[in-house]
Design a binder for this molecule. Structure first.
Ligand code: ADP
Ligand code: MG
Length: 681
């Protein structure tokens, strides 16, 4: 099998350089990759419909005899039309193809076929246009349907796959050792490959799928463990004394018990253990994760090392910078901000000071992990809103020091099974308590017909000194007519509804400095209302805000809405979240109602994952995991099974580099080559 990954796909008959280019578009360049290009779905003819029962518009499979040979004719524009009539014991149907000169030689009069396609109304009754078909005598009822690209249709791919399967040696070496397969009831690779493409029946398909999904997740599991092991070696950072008590005196509030516990766990990691800290602090929005990170950084800095704090957006980095600067103003700690939008000369100066060791604490965005940034003695790296950074980016930040400690913070509760894969045995501190005097945000779902009431409510809150957010999902004008555009909408609000109230706008197309300017004014209370797109999503902290109105709420994911809602309810005042949606789709409504019922981020994340799958849940590829060929991260059962198998494999074979796991190791390398790096040597 391994040699098939080296065999170019153009070795197959019927695939010249032109077709090979098209296959490349689908990510397939070798015969091996073609075998791993699994069907998108299947046309299942195990249940056939009688012709007299067909409904127009439905997609069906029929079993019918071709009554006449195919007749070709030309219509205007020179297009070729091939027509034939087929019948079963209840009626007849017209089969039509366009511009396919091979059809007449492929379909034979008098022979029985399965036809699969959409039924439309033709001039003489039911019609199927360009159905897929196969002779009943083949005995094959389930047909693969592949992802196609312009000029390369599923049938061509399927023919190529057939050839590729024939090239498999009689005994395919299996990456999963036989012992593992027999214990966990997994079929062999060769059978799995045959059956995933051309299953004889549903059972065979399910067995093939189980085997391939499991293998892929096992490979992912082992690969992730390996990455983590690399960062788990001895730490060069010796922290001898805790300064968390001293830090607490700098804070304007008392830490909650949950915050204290998290801080102690971190301090324990960095002072007592020989390997570097690898800890996730998970706490719902507003639970006070920043103070925890700040305390740990303080201790590390007081022990003579530098600290880096990476945030996913400039707004957030800026805000953290302000917080830290205020907090540390009467100390000898030097804090700096490093973001992409700084002037080049400014960046250069800060980088120089980091390399010299003049700066103790740097807050920044991705600018922190570019090659140009060097530290004198980085002792700890903190990443805020961890789920937005990929595994590779995290690793890059760690490379900036000699195995510095790592603290990742996240408000997005990652479902446990997926968390185990992403973080493995990363230690977790949970902040399960909100600062005192916080009241849960009250959430309501309203249609836009209630806008009058909503505006009046905002005005009342502003009158009593509070502030409000209004969130619209888009800045582009006219994407869809009914979608509010932030700027247009804000302009209207400013001029009409809130003419005597100061309104600020932030949106994704503004320059970073412009956004910061508006945010700073909102924070300072110069604006009472902030109209925003999702840029306010993560982390923004203005405790005086008590209302957030989210327009077109149906366009956001649940976790995203929960994050947005977390912008209010951060102070002592009762806060409100108004979800505005005119959607009547019952699924959408019940989705949004979940938010009205609970403030628990874990419940919401779970629901979100169930409904949308982790791709959307984390945003496009935000979980930082490699692209899967067949496995689905929402499939908890398979995730759990693969975890178990990975444990078993490491238990039995001890080391992934051993000879029995040679092929599995090659699979790990292949998977991570596609979406990240994993060096096993
Ligand atoms: P998140 O966990 O969402 O990052 P933050 O760290 O931004 O939350 O904290 C939210 C707000 O709560 C901030 O204004 C912060 O100053 C405040 N805060 C944090 N801890 C406490 C506490 N123990 N008591 C009172 N307020 C706190
Ligand atoms: Mg935060």
């Amino acid at each position: 099998m391994a040699s098939l990954y080296k065999m170019p796909i153009s070795n197959l008959s019927g695939i010249g350089s032109k077709r090979a280019e098209l296959f490349k578009k689908l990510g397939v360049t070798s015969v091996g990759e073609l075998l791993n290009f699994y069907p998108r779905t299947y046309e299942d003819c195990s249940t056939v419909e009688k012709i007299d029962k067909l409904q127009y518009g439905g997609v069906n499979c029929i079993k019918a005899i071709l009554g006449t040979p195919v007749s070709d004719s030309r219509i205007s524009g020179g297009r070729l039309v091939s027509k034939a009539s087929a019948y079963d014991d209840t009626g007849s149907i017209e089969i039509v193809f366009f511009n396919n000169k091979y059809i007449s030689s492929m379909l034979k009069g008098g022979k029985e076929y399965y036809f699969y396609g959409r039924v439309t109304s033709g001039s003489f009754g039911p019609q199927m246009i360009s159905p897929t078909f196969s002779p009943v005598s083949d005995g094959v009822k389930i047909h693969p349907v592949y992802r196609q690209t312009a000029g390369l249709v599923s049938r061509t791919i399927s023919n190529a796959v057939k050839q590729a399967l024939n090239l498999l040696p009689k005994n395919v070496n299996d990456p999963l050792p036989e012992q593992v397969r027999s214990i966990f009831d997994l079929c062999g690779l060769k059978q799995a490959l045959n059956d995933i493409h051309f299953p004889k029946n549903r059972e065979a398909l399910n067995a093939a799928r189980k085997r391939l999904v499991t293998e892929e997740l096992v490979v992912l599991n082992l690969g992730m463990r390996n990455i983590r092991e690399l960062s788990r070696t001895q730490s060069g950072i010796k922290i001898s004394k805790s300064y968390s008590g001293e830090f607490e005196n700098l804070l304007p509030f008392n830490l909650t018990n949950a915050q204290k516990r998290a801080i102690n766990e971190c301090i324990n990691d960095i002072t007592e253990k020989t390997s570097s800290m690898n800890r996730l602090v998970q706490g719902d929005v507003g639970s006070g994760k920043t103070a925890v990170a700040a305390s740990v950084c303080y201790t590390v800095i007081k022990n003579g090392f530098q600290a880096a704090f990476m945030a996913p957006t400039e707004i957030l980095a800026n805000q953290h910078f302000q917080t830290f600067k205020d907090l540390l103003q009467n100390t000898d700690i030097k804090v700096a901000l490093l973001t992409g939008s700084l002037k080049e000369s400014e960046k250069k100066r800060i980088r120089q000071e980091l390399a010299d060791g003049q700066i103790d604490l740097v807050i920044g965005t991705h600018a922190l992990i570019t090659d140009k940034t060097e530290f004198k003695n980085l002792g700890i790296a903190v990443t805020d809103e961890q789920h937005r950074f990929g595994v590779a980016q995290r690793a890059k930040l760690l490379c900036k020091g000699e195995n510095p400690h790592l603290l990742v913070m996240s408000a997005t509760p990652i479902p446990r099974t997926l968390g185990l894969i992403i973080f493995g045995d990363l230690d977790i501190s949970v902040i399960d308590e909100l600062p005192p005097s916080r009241k849960p945000v009250k959430t309501v779902l309203m249609s836009s017909a209630n806008r009058r009431r909503i505006y009046d409510f905002i005005k009342r809150e502003i009158k009593s000194g509070r502030q409000a957010y209004i969130v619209c999902p888009l800045v582009e004008e006219g994407e869809l007519d009914n979608i509010a555009s932030a700027e247009e909408y804000a302009a209207e609000l400013m001029l009409k509804e809130f003419a005597d109230i100061p309104v600020g706008i932030v949106h994704g197309k503004m320059k970073a400095c412009e956004k910061e300017d508006v945010m700073a004014k909102f924070e300072a209370g110069e604006y009472s209302i902030l109209v925003a797109t999702t840029v306010i999503e993560v982390g923004v902290d203005v405790p005086n805000s008590t209302v957030i109105v989210i327009e077109n709420a149906e366009r956001f994911g649940l976790s995203q809405l929960h994050q947005l809602r977390g912008r209010v309810g951060r102070g002592e005042y009762q806060s409100y979240c108004v979800l505005v949606s005119d959607s009547r789709n019952p699924n959408t409504v019940s989705r949004l109602e979940i938010l009205c019922k609970t403030n628990d981020g874990f419940i919401i994340a779970d629901e979100d994952l169930k409904m949308r799958g982790p791709g959307d849940f984390f945003g496009e590829r935000q979980h930082g995991l490699p692209q899967m060929a067949i496995a689905d991260f929402a499939d908890t059962k398979s995730l759990e099974l693969s975890q178990k198998i990975a444990d078993y494999i490491l238990f039995v074979y001890k080391d992934i580099r051993c000879d029995e796991l040679r092929l599995l190791k090659a699979e790990i390398e292949r998977l991570f080559e596609r979406g990240g790096q994993n060096n096993l040597n």
